[in-house]
Every structure is written in C-alpha cells, then in structure tokens.
Design a protein around this ligand. Structure first.
Ligand SMILES: [Zn+2]
Length: 335
C-alpha cells in the first residue's frame, strides 16, 4: 500500500506540472480528489482491508497526499487566475494612431519645386513684409501707374506692406547676384480680395526667373511647356495668349487644356472653352533689369508666376480655395 501511495503521489506531481490552464487543473482535481471516482478516495476505501498496524500509517500517508494536492491545486489555480492580468491580452483591438499628413498646398509646392529643380532652378525666399520699392517701384510699377490697383495690398502703419506677389524675391536676388540666375520663389502673398470659392486674401505663389545672355521667348515656352507636361501629363496641350504685366515685356498668359474634359470638349470648370488659364509670364522688362544694375543690352531673361492653389485645385479637382485653410480633417485626410 505504501508503494501504491508513493506511485500515486508521483503521478499527481506529473499531472500537476503538465496542467497549464484552469481547465486542466480542474481535470487533475477530479481525477485525484473527486468524490466518487477520485483515485485517492478509492485508496481510502481500501484501507479497511489492511491489517491494523499498516492501516494507520497508510491512512496518514493518504491524508498527507490529499492535503498536499489540494493545497497545490489552490496555489496553481490562484496563479493561473492572476497571470492574465499581468500580460497584455493579444486579442484586444489596438489603439488607433492618428498620423498627421501634409497640407495639399505644401505637397503641390514641393512637387513644383522638384520639377523646376530638375530644370535647373534653385529655390530663393524673401520676407513677407516688404517695402514699396521691392513690391512696386523696382518691378516697374511707379506710384501713379494704374497697375498698382490690381496689386494693391495691405499697408502697415510704418509704410511697409504685405507683399502682393513673390516677384519681390526676384529683385532681392538680382540685387545681390549677377547672371546667370535661375531661381524659383515659392511663398505666401496677400491681396485685399473678397474671399470666394476662387479668391482669398492670403494665397501662395511660385515665381520663376531666368536671366542670362541670349535668353529668348523660346526658352520660356520650352521650360513652361515641359513644366505643364510634368504636372498634368503629356497629353494636354498648352497655348500662350498675349497679356500685360508691368514687369515683363512682352507678356503672356499660358493656358493648359482642361484636365477635366481633356478632349477639349468643354465643361463647367473651363466654362466650355476646353482651356484653363495656368500662369502669367513674359520676358523681363528692361526697366526691371536696369533697376538692379543688370545691363539689358547684354542680358535678357524670362519670368513667370502662378498661384499654387490654382495648380493644386486643378490637379486634385478641388472646387473651393477656402478648403485649403479651414483645417477640416475630412478634406485634409484625403491627401
Ligand atoms: Zn473642361
């Protein structure tokens, strides 16, 4: 009997160490301590058949085994119940992480900077608060010139102004450097426009300037046509229409075929014409070169400027300029 009890204890220890879940521990309990078929209980039932002297010792050994197993099972169950609280539950859904993204205006600006970068233009920047000299006079817009009205801007109390176009950067660069010059100037500009779906008092431009010997209108057309193809694809054609800007002569507007009805059939976006105005450009007016001490008899140049909002609205199919600045995540999360 002593040997049987010893073996049973060994089996109980093995069963305990193999039982890793509460369910498995319960099976061990039923198997050894169960009221009807528990193996310890069965041995208790056989005690009566033993001779008196060995019955006492066997009873004591069985009692020891039963209390040891009960205690061990309790400890293991308590450990199993507390363990899951210490470990992360891999089945719980994760916490969503909201990653910010760039405003579509900045995406468009960087794409334009990249495109002109591959064409040899470096980035130049300048202040948003300017003097009248940089915003008007040096750009061939004298105080009595009617063109001042269309570039009218916000005046500060000290007489300085919020720049109405990034052409100011062209002047600042040409004052400091001698040709060859090839720059693009992206930046924020300000005009007292009434805000509607296509106008805003604060918007962004990117301007370009190339000054060197023998720069021709053909160079201008080549660079700008390539730019339009890179942004809107090879299929869309471009055209140049005569225009007027105080700081360029001759001046032109460049149109691109409407990307929304690309066959040129006409749609509400292009007002039925099949073309969309993209940017203004022209050959740098000799008066502008003279103002920065670059001899117009030796050097010539071309310049262009466009609204980044307009380019982005056409590329992404955005119908209201105000969306860029309203911080509405339903809009911003789409880019
Ligand atoms: Zn169209």
């Amino acid at each position: 009997m002593k040997e049987t009890i010893r073996k049973l204890r060994q089996e109980a220890e093995d069963a305990l160490s193999g039982a890793l879940s509460p369910d498995a521990l319960e099976q061990v309990r039923v198997s050894f301590l169960g009221r009807k078929q528990g193996r310890i209980g069965i041995l208790f039932g056989q005690l009566g058949r033993l001779p008196e002297d060995s019955r006492k010792e066997a009873g004591r050994l069985l009692n020891d085994l039963r209390s040891w197993l009960s205690r061990s099972l309790e400890e293991r169950l308590a450990a199993a119940a507390s363990a899951p609280a210490d470990l992360p539950d891999p089945t719980v859904p994760g916490i969503p992480v909201n990653v910010g993204r760039r405003n579509p205006l900045l995406l468009m600006r960087d794409e334009l900077v990249d495109i002109f970068g591959t064409l040899g233009f470096e980035v130049a920047t300048g202040p948003e608060v300017e003097t009248g000299w940089y915003n008007f006079d040096a750009l061939n817009i004298p105080p009595d010139h009617p063109a001042r009205e269309s570039f009218d801007t916000f005046f500060l109390e000290d007489g300085n102004i919020l720049r109405s176009q990034t052409s100011t950067v062209q002047i600042r660069v040409m004052e400091k450097r001698r040709p060859p010059i090839r720059i693009v100037a992206p930046g924020r500009v300000f005009r007292p426009d009434t805000v509607d779906s296509t106008h805003h008092h604060t918007f962004h431009q990117i301007e370009g300037l190339a000054v060197d010997t023998d720069v021709t209108f053909g160079d201008l057309k080549g660079v700008l046509s390539m730019f339009a193809h890179l942004v809107y694809g090879e299929k869309l054609d471009t055209r140049f229409r005569p225009s007027f800007f105080p700081f360029t002569e001759p001046s032109a507007e460049m149109d691109v075929q409407c990307p929304f009805c690309s066959a040129g059939s006409g749609c509400p976006v292009c007002k039925g014409s099949g073309w969309i105005e993209l940017l203004g450009c022209g050959m740098v007016d000799p008066n502008v070169l003279t103002a920065v001490d670059i001899d117009p008899a030796v050097y010539s140049g071309f310049a262009f400027g466009m609204g980044i909002e307009r380019i982005a609205m056409m590329k992404y199919g955005i119908n209201d300029i105000r969306l860029f600045l309203e911080n509405d995540l339903r809009f911003l999360a789409q880019f």
